[in-house]
Ligand binder design. Structure first.
Ligand code: UTP
Length: 289
């Protein structure tokens, strides 16, 4: 059986909903309390047994490479000042058994194109794709849940959730038949349909397990919605050749690509952060009064 060890993190988007902050830094480096979004995604991947991280980066994304690199000067400085706890926090960002590859997407031509950029590093093996701006609070992590399903099914799987019918225009939407509890077979998939023509309100969220066949499919995809090469269109082509499943994950998602979702995640995570939870919760209570 093919064990999945590679994860692709597309982080080359323009992040227009977060301008101006994304003018010079990546959306994925925005913090939820004190850790950047990308760190939560990497932790979820490592928790699911991933050992090779493939970042698809673009302009203004150097901060991501620096973040996962060793910071010699800072570590020496912390050591000299006896700040051992912080030193440990820095050193645990990336466990030693995990390696990183960075590939540039020269132009933000779409999520499908970003995934295709990972091809040279994928060696014809199944892989996962994680969109760090979908922060999902779950235990076990959503990827670990999906890999368990993959081990039984050996086919591509997209994570899905039900959204409000009027929100279909923000997501890839599937038409799917139930196979068992939480598992469906995808029969059609369409990018950001208008509610009036959406096949359902079952939306794809930012976690995918894909077989390497997707790469040949993406090579043939033409620009679709928004003039971008859409991963959704690649998956629609993949379905013509192989089974694609939809998995209804257990967990709470925050859409941190939107300002509202991002602020909600910060409040929820602050309310359980060991350092500030008491003070923050008292402050919130006092504000209501
Ligand atoms: P989004 O649809 O959220 O686009 O991309 P975006 O550019 O990041 O943000 P907005 O909508 O302009 O505010 C979904 C994911 O795909 C990546 C993004 O970095 C994000 O993680 N992506 C998108 C790429 O890596 N390359 C692309 O060409 C497009």
């Amino acid at each position: 059986m093919n064990k999945i060890t590679k994860a692709v993190f597309p982080v080359a988007g323009l992040g227009t909903r977060f301008l101006p902050v994304t003018k010079s830094s990546a959306k994925e480096m925005l913090p939820i309390v004190d850790k950047p979004l990308i760190q939560y995604a990497v932790e979820e991947a490592i928790g699911a047994g991933i050992t090779e991280l493939i970042f698809i980066t673009g302009r203004s994304k150097r901060a991501i490479e620096d973040y996962f690199d060793k910071a010699y000067e800072l570590e020496t400085e912390l050591e000299m000042r006896g700040k051992t706890i912080m030193l440990e926090v820095l050193r645990s960002i990336l466990p030693t058994h995990v390696s990183c590859i960075y590939i540039r997407q020269a132009e933000a031509l779409g999520l499908g194109h970003a995934v295709l950029c990972a091809k040279p590093a994928l060696n014809d093996a199944p892989f996962v794709v994680i969109l760090a701006d979908d922060l999902i609070d779950a235990s076990p992590g959503v990827l670990a849940q999906m890999i368990k399903v993959y081990e039984q099914q050996q086919s591509s799987i997209v994570a899905v959730e039900q959204v409000a019918p009027h929100e279909t225009g923000f997501y890839g939407i599937v038409d799917a038949k139930k196979i068992s509890t939480g598992l469906l077979r995808v029969e059609a998939i369409v990018e950001k349909p208008d509610p009036a023509v959406a096949p359902s309100n079952i939306a794809v969220v930012g976690r995918y397990i894909l077989t390497p066949t997707i790469l040949a499919c993406l090579e043939k995809v033409h620009p679709g919605k928004g003039g971008e090469i859409q991963l959704t269109d690649g998956i629609a082509a993949l379905m013509q050749q192989e089974q694609v499943l939809a998995y209804q994950y257990q967990g709470r998602r925050y859409d941190c690509g939107s300002k509202l979702g991002y602020m909600q995640a910060n409040v929820e995570y602050a309310l359980r952060h060991p350092e500030i939870k008491n003070a923050f919760s008292s402050w919130l209570e006092a504000r209501k009064a």
